[in-house]
Design a protein around this ligand. Structure first.
Ligand code: NAD
Length: 558
């Protein structure tokens, strides 16, 4: 039993009365103690009974479970976040298994689709094409100067759902909730931003309740200069900030990352976060096979076949290549182990229609029209679905993977669940339970012939909060690929013997704060070693990282 922490010294302008109840970062509602009610003029403004945090949480959970749909659960939790962030984060942290699919994928996808219709109150900043030329003025309106993490989207490629324009705001908000829940970044130091540059979505353009600008997207130079202005203004206003790019379409995402990665403290989660969580899954799958008495194989011995050659696929392949190079292959040999099928078939050198980011993976091979042909011909050890196209891992393809491999690795990563390339049940059933399966959105456990399988969720939330925490604590000036590689290895190492015995290739979510702290330590160490850090290395980095992590409690105020 730990002793109660001492009351913190409060600033002179600490709010009182109704103002205190209306401040979501400070409000505790019926959780204010009698002494606090007296000290802050709350008597009469609250019902007399004081509830402990546990009682308070129990009431919220009771109501949460009564909500008939996931979308209503999402709205209910958003309302709680607007009223009492301390309680919101306590409940999120203590019930991550239940809450993650509500505050993030898949439910957040539905919420974005309906955003204009369920809209209650704004969170974060909306910066629109109309604000060109004075973005800096807009940023000055944000009340907190000490912002450490921003997640920004332009809404053009929300999950696998396409262009949702300003409705994409659900994504930066959801991701930042995970920064706080999974890595303890204090919510007051986070800021979600949507860049509303228009939309090409005809349904939204015709929807009278659409919250964004009902106009077509900025293109070309107008778009580029708008983003340039934003990046310059945001890093001037918040010099310590880490900017995470989220759900930009791939024709912008790669270029923006290249343009900014050595100028600012930025990364793209769809490219780099996805890459790290998938690499971790592959490394853990190899550990699992060896732990079961199977052959001890290295990553460099694998042959990967991707369905979908966009941000996620190419990002994963690039990181896998650097990990294979670290195992001794040349970059060319490593790239030869990664193959892609896109909407036009196998990515091969003779094709004239390939975007620049696919060229390094365009190998010498006869054209093949589809994934089934490619699986039969190339005999991959792993197939990785990042196409946004549901049901494309057909029974024949899964059976063929099972024919060529004792333990076929099948990752169906497209989000949300409705876009998954196959279900967990299909992967296990068509391989007689031999598949090592992971998905982007969660699938429930599945029992086949009396054995229960626990499908892994290759959720980026295992990676980006820990990477962000390491960058914030070290003050790293840039976020490097080496940091994502280290994060992937750290995540794979966090898979315990118990996890593997249960067939899991990712740690249980209840351990995610430990996982994030371990990742942060590796990332920060790289920043200190490579001269990228702007913060001094503490004597005990792990302890310093733990101390930085916000733990939502009703710490006594008086
Ligand atoms: P993207 O738009 O950049 O790329 C999609 C790619 O799929 C493109 O190359 C496109 O040509 C290809 N494609 C489209 N139709 C196809 C078809 N019928 N057959 C083969 N290829 C086809 O998108 P992205 O950022 O790469 O994301 C793709 C999917 O991956 C999304 O559904 C997203 O939700 C998911 N994703 C999952 C995770 C995760 O699980 N951790 C992380 C990021 C992205």
């Amino acid at each position: 039993m730990t002793s109660q922490p001492a009351p913190a010294a409060l600033p002179a302008d600490f709010p009182r009365g109704v103002a205190l109840l209306h401040d979501p970062l400070l409000n505790r509602g019926t959780g204010f103690t009698e002494a606090e009610r007296r000290a802050f003029d709350l008597n009469g403004l609250l019902p007399p009974r004081v509830l402990s945090m546990q009682e308070h949480a129990a009431r919220i959970l009771e109501n949460f479970h009564k909500k008939p749909t996931d979308l209503e659960k999402y709205v209910y939790m958003s309302d709680l976040e607007d009223r009492n962030e301390t309680l919101f984060y306590r409940i999120l942290i203590d019930n991550l298994d239940t809450m993650m699919p509500i505050v993030y994928t898949p439910t957040v996808g539905q919420a974005c689709q309906q955003y204009g219709h369920i809209f209650r109150r704004p969170r974060g900043l909306f910066i629109s094409a109309r604000d060109r030329g004075h973005i800096a003025d807009l940023l000055r309106r944000w009340p907190n100067d000490d912002i450490r993490v921003i997640v920004v989207t332009d809404g053009e490629r929300i999950l696998g759902l396409g262009d949702l324009g300003a409705n994409g705001m659900g994504i930066p908000g959801g991701k930042l909730s995970l920064y706080t829940a999974c890595a303890g970044i204090h919510p007051s130091t986070t800021l979600p931003i949507t860049l509303d540059v228009g939309t090409e979505n005809p349904t939204l353009l015709d929807d009278p309740l659409y919250i964004g600008l009902p106009q077509h997207r900025l293109q070309g130079e107008a778009y580029d200069s708008f983003i340039d202005e934003f990046m310059q203004a945001v890093t001037t206003r918040f010099p310590d900030v880490l900017v995470q790019f989220e759900d930009f379409a791939n024709h912008h995402a790669f270029a923006l990352l290249e343009r900014y990665r050595t100028r600012y403290r930025v990364f793209n989660d769809d490219i780099q976060g996805t890459a790290a969580v998938t690499l971790a899954g592959l490394l853990a799958a190899l550990r699992l096979i060896a732990a079961e008495g199977g052959p001890r194989r290295t990553l460099a011995e694998q042959r990967l076949l991707f369905l979908g050659a966009g941000e996620a696929g190419v990002g994963i392949a690039d990181l896998v290549v650097s990990a294979m190079v670290a195992e001794g292959l040349s970059p060319e040999e490593a790239r030869q182990r990664c193959w892609f099928v896109d909407s036009k078939g196998l990515v091969v050198r003779s094709r004239a229609d390939l975007a620049a980011h696919k060229l390094p993976y365009a190998h010498d091979h006869a054209p093949l029209s589809d994934l089934a042909a490619a699986v039969n011909e190339l005999r991959p050890t792993a197939i990785i679905g990042v196409s946004g196209q549901p049901r494309t891992f057909t029974r024949a393809i899964i059976e063929s993977m099972g024919c060529h491999n004792e333990r076929p690795i099948i990752f169906a990563l497209s989000n949300p669940t409705s876009k998954s390339e196959c279900t967990a049940e299909e992967a296990y059933t068509y391989t007689n339970g031999r598949a090592i399966f992971a998905s982007g959105s969660p699938f429930p456990s599945f029992t086949l012939y009396g054995k229960t399988y626990n499908p892994g969720q290759g959720n980026n939330a295992y990676i980006f909060p820990g990477v962000g925490l390491g960058v914030v604590v070290s003050g790293a000036r840039h976020v490097t690929d080496e940091m994502f590689g280290a994060a992937a290895h750290a995540l794979a190492e966090q898979v315990t013997d118990d996890d593997m015995a249960a067939g899991r290739i990712y740690p249980v979510l209840s351990r995610i704060r430990d996982v994030s702290a371990a990742i942060a330590a590796k990332v920060a160490e790289i920043a200190w070693r490579e001269g990228l850090a702007t913060q001094p290395r503490p004597d005990d980095p792990e302890r310093a990282i733990r101390a930085y992590m916000y733990d939502p409690q009703y710490t006594p105020l008086v």
